[in-house]
Design a protein around this ligand. Sequence first.
Ligand code: TYM
Length: 361
Amino acid sequence: MLRRTHHRFFRKKLLHRITTQRRNFSEDVKESPKVVFSGIQPTGIPHLGNYLGAIKQWVDLQKEENEIYFSIVDLHALTIPHEEKICEKVLSMVATLLACGIDPKRSIVFKQSEIKEHVMLSWLLSCIVQQNTLKNMIQWKEKSKSTRNAANLGLFTYPVLQCADILLYKATHVPVGNDQTQHLELCQDIARKFNNRFGTFFPEPVTLIDENCTKILSLRDPFSKMSKSQGHELSRINLDDSDDQIWNKIKKAVTDNTSAVTYDPIRRPGVANLIQIHSSMTDLTVNEICSRSEEEGLDTGQYKMAVAEAVIDHIRPIRAEYEKLVGDREHLETVLSEGTTKAKETAQKNWNELRSMVGLT
Ligand code: TYM
């Protein structure tokens, strides 16, 4: 049974807080409207890390006059085995994105595997990047280690396909969580190398990271990130979790033996993670949360109730909207096919120019 708290002061409206990292960006591109690109794997209902690290930023970026592409990257999902058909998961991802506030009139939502130019460009880029660069990618090293060097080739070349996704649309800005930083640096590097060799074509895309939710941590192990593929069910909050599930997961979140609510990501990562989640779901700053908790005399156990309440209040309308949308298969398929048609137009135009630049036509 869900226990409700009286800590209403924790509730405020959302605040838009985005950090822009700009790197070697030509003046022309800075002044023109942004071309935003991002992707998400259809590997189940997104968790709070996906939402706070990426999707929430995507929704905010729709408020500006941007050209926006969000790809459901089913080819990337092939790098791991799936019990359910990936295409079914693609449709439920469309429902989730719409429920979170992605508006198909403002953003182009599409399925990666419908546009073969992603793979064509990925091959072209793989002829530019050195294998040593890929061997040094952190995610590859982790995957190779955890599979005892038996990781598949798709996982090795995965970052190149990701670069192709972005560059195919000549994206200027890529909103992601900070686990993608290295992939984005590779993308900037490949764009630069291509431009130097074949003539300027690609912008070097800027990575957009929300400074307040760079990395949401596992609720069971605050030394690793919240993730779909790893960890216990209790380690992550999914966007379709019930109120009771959310409450239970936050109540059981691993913290430490200190009872005061203080923000210290190095020594107290579990508590800092809860504060970060709480801050992202309200417009309270970390300092406000800590000083108000002190004023109220809350210990971490009591504070968890305030966090759970903020998360429940934020997720409840998303879950309700998701449940409404997910049954309307026809609508979801229409959104996806209209998005795919629009994305294909840009992809084919850019690929045709690229083919000519590299001497294929
Ligand atoms: P994926 O599907 O693993 O995650 C989607 C987005 O969620 C962010 N994210 C997090 N942010 C904060 N804390 C966490 N614990 C957390 N977990 C996930 C990710 O940073 C990501 O932004 N390779 C990508 C998909 C991709 C892509 C692209 C992204 C393919 N092509 C082109 C951007 C541009 C991935 O696997 O994301």
